[in-house]
Write a protein that binds this ligand. Structure first.
Ligand code: SAM
Length: 445
């Protein structure tokens, strides 16, 4: 049964936006929530080409209903990410302001990882993204999604926000997609409705304020701070930005999003536009607030690179190199408990002493003199040859069942793919093959 929208929330919404917009939003809350996907440009699929495009996203599509994503092998291969269309506005903002790609980016509240995948698409192979999530369970989901997206210029940490200042980090871009009271998710998540209270809004506003205050010292002069929430009240949005502006360390970045004005509602502080709302009923997706600011003062950590630590990287073992000679030469490797993770653009993090949970992607491990390729290698490298599977065989592979392969294939390691997108590794031994899909990812339906 659906929970009732709290009366006090309705009053606050009317006070904030006026009755026309509030009524439109409230009637949309009784409708079905929207469903949308963003395609991974590194692993394109044409299956959504006939769907309505998300106006502000190059690879975003609106779907009329929710398919069983789990039964699509390409979902598991990281060909697309199921993401609310409102969140995709981040893509348009990055395209408009064009922050330098040669830089260190932080997504501090990153799980499950949707906005991190947008930042990675923007960075392409340049720069480096630290995707951080403090909650251990959510961090595991973040790692899974980063793994599937297949980029090597990313690292995952699990730190409280204040740690980045203590560890003397200096970032070129910080995204704070803050924990919030979740008003924007009311029609997706009935728990958000049942747990809502003015007290929760207050608590969230305090948390947001401290996350922002803890991170501001780590943003370089000229660096970009993007603040977003999935909520619609001024306490968690305009008033947070107001406090940042009052600190005298940031200024708003003007962004011309007029081509999307039918879908956006401007957010103001002191009669200046400081951000945008995307609201159910007015936009295509769920509720979101987003504001983009520029740091105007220097970070104390900007010039202290030389005196710091060095994250240990190594080159590939010769056995791995000779097993996969087609591998690009610009990779370095980071050893996590015997698993070698391939990394690019490591210069951005070399001087930092960050405790990474995942750095680049797991590529291989050595068992004596034998090389075992790992799942990150399959997810990242779409140029390598693979055995193409049918849909049925792909699902068997993802369930970690034994799959039947064509006869007389050469013995040894091989990638398997569906519609030319890699799914994982098999090892061919005489007339059978062993399935190396990771157990923890195994499809259970
Ligand atoms: N950016 C994500 C995305 O696009 O997929 C969604 C992030 S969600 C809105 C906010 C995240 O902040 C949650 O994963 C939550 O665990 C995390 N979080 C909660 N309290 C926090 C705190 N005090 N400091 C940092 N992160 C926190």
């Amino acid at each position: 049964m659906k929970n009732e929208i709290p009366t006090r929330f309705i009053e606050k919404l009317q006070n904030h936006f006026g009755s026309v917009i509030a009524d439109k939003t409230l009637s949309a809350l009784s409708l079905k929530s929207s469903i949308s996907v963003r395609v991974n440009p590194m692993k394109p699929t044409a299956q959504f080409d006939d769907r309505q495009k998300v106006p502000w996203s190059k690879n975003g599509y609106l779907l009329p209903e929710r398919p069983t994503f789990a039964l699509d092998p390409l979902f598991h291969a990281g060909s697309y990410y199921v993401q609310d269309s409102s969140s995709m506005i981040l893509e348009a903002i990055l395209q408009k302001i064009q922050p330098a790609r040669e830089g260190l980016y932080l997504d501090v509240c990153a799980a499950p990882g949707g906005k991190s995948t947008i930042l990675l698409d923007y960075l392409d192979d340049e720069g480096f993204l630290i995707a951080n999530e403090v909650d251990p369970k959510r961090n595991a989901i973040l790692r899974e999604n980063i793994l599937k997206w297949g980029r090597l210029n990313a690292g995952v940490t699990s730190l409280p926000a204040r740690k980045f200042d203590e560890l003397e980090c200096a970032f070129d871009l910080i995204l704070v997609d803050a924990p919030c009271s979740g008003e924007g998710m009311f029609r997706k998540d009935s728990f958000a409705v049942s747990q809502w209270s003015e007290n929760l809004v207050e608590q969230c506003a305090l948390t947001q304020k401290s996350i922002l205050a803890e991170l501001l010292p780590t943003l370089k002069e000229g660096g970009v701070l993007i603040y977003s929430t999935c909520t619609m009240n001024p306490e968690e949005n305009e008033l947070q930005v107001q406090k940042l502006l009052d600190s005298g360390t940031v200024e708003p970045i003007e962004i011309d999003l007029s081509e999307f004005s039918d879908y956006l509602i401007e957010a103001n502080v002191d009669n200046s536009v400081i951000g945008y709302y995307l609201l159910p009923g007015s936009s295509t997706g769920e509720g979101l607030f987003i504001s983009t600011l520029k740091k105007t003062t220097v970070s104390a950590h900007e010039d202290r690179r030389k005196s710091r630590y060095s994250t240990p990287f190594q080159s590939a073992d010769v056995e791995f190199q000779s097993a996969f000679p087609e591998l690009p030469q610009n990779l370095v490797y980071w050893n996590l408990k015997g698993e070698l993770h391939a990394v690019v653009q490591h210069q951005y993090i070399e001087a930092l002493n960050l405790p990474f949970k995942m750095l680049g992607l797991p590529y291989y491990q050595m068992k004596g003199e034998n090389v075992i390729p790992l799942h990150g290698f399959a997810m990242a490298s779409n140029g390598l040859r693979a055995i193409e599977l049918s849909e049925e065989n792909s699902l068997q592979f993802l369930r970690k069942e034994t799959i039947s392969l064509p006869p007389n294939l050469p013995k040894g390691w091989s990638l398997v793919s569906y519609q030319n997108i890699h799914l994982g590794w098999v090892k061919i031994i005489d007339q059978r093959s062993n399935n190396y899909y990771p157990s923890w990812l195994r499809l259970r339906i």
